[in-house]
Ligand binder design. Structure first.
Ligand SMILES: Nc1ncnc2c1ncn2[C@@H]1O[C@H](COP(=O)(O)OP(=O)(O)OP(=O)(O)O)[C@@H](O)[C@H]1O
Ligand SMILES: [Mg+2]
Length: 228
């Protein structure tokens, strides 16, 4: 079964009297354990698609199925529960400035109701995985862009997500940090079996995925298998 499936997904944004068709009918299936990259120019609808898959926004028409469940039938509790099982990495990190790296990673576990001791232990483990155990007590402003992004990845992993949605995870970091993050992403996919959907502008990074879909003007226009 596909872990993620979208069926003829459309999204129209209304700005006053102007309607912007951000997605014009996107059908996509992602298999469990797959690493998929989404490549396409600015404005082609990549973030819109990712937000709909992550149930952060609702489509105008069409459907999203997560592990076979039609997301549109879920109530607020069901949606909150679903979002806890999805790891989301945003382009601009979205870390909480007054929290340390450790506290940022602990936050989703606090929301999920883990005890203080459990979440501290797991947050330290996660910071070790992303190579930042020695920065646990730094606030975001005291970290480089690449380090902040790695904290954001650790936070996305906090609740053991079955799949990870990443919007330009290397978009705001230099090439050395981008390579570091890609190593981590591959490790999560290959060693931990996490299903990954990654949006990127970068052709070179897109090729690291099993499969790449190309978006243009609200549609998937091409698809390439990099490594089966
Ligand atoms: N909240 C919104 N309200 C109105 N229009 C929006 C909104 N979000 C996105 N759009 C429009 O929808 C289209 C698709 O935007 P989207 O953010 O999905 O593109 P993208 O492929 O992620 O681009 P980028 O590579 O620049 O991040 C664009 O024309 C954009 O201007
Ligand atoms: Mg975007």
């Amino acid at each position: 079964m596909a872990i993620v499936e979208t069926v003829n997904l459309k999204k129209v944004y209304l700005l006053g009297k102007v309607a912007i068709e951000a997605l014009k009918g996107v059908s996509l299936k992602v298999k469990e354990g797959e690493f998929l990259s989404i490549l396409g120019p600015s404005g082609s609808g990549k973030s819109t698609l990712l937000n709909l898959i992550g149930a952060l926004d609702k489509p105008t028409s069409g459907k999203v199925f997560i592990e076979g469940v039609d997301v549109s039938i879920l109530d607020d509790n069901g949606l909150a529960e679903l979002r806890r099982r999805i790891g989301f990495v945003f382009q601009f990190f979205n870390l909480i400035p007054r929290f340390t790296a450790l506290e940022n990673v602990e936050l989703p576990m606090a929301i999920a109701g883990l005890s203080k001791m459990e979440r501290r232990k797991r947050a330290i483990e996660l910071l070790e995985i992303v190579g930042l155990a020695d920065r646990a007590n730094h606030k975001p402003t005291e970290l480089s862009g690449g380090e902040q992004q790695r904290v954001a990845i650790a936070r996305a992993l906090a609740n053991n997500p079955r799949f990870l949605l990443m919007d330009e995870p290397t978009g705001n970091v230099d090439s050395k940090n981008a390579d570091e993050i890609m190593r981590l992403v591959r490790h999560l996919n290959e060693e931990k079996g996490v299903t990954i959907i990654m949006v990127t502008h970068d052709q070179r990074l897109a090729k690291e995925a099993n499969r790449t879909v190309y978006m243009l003007d609200g549609l998937i226009v091409d698809e390439v298998v990099n490594k089966p």
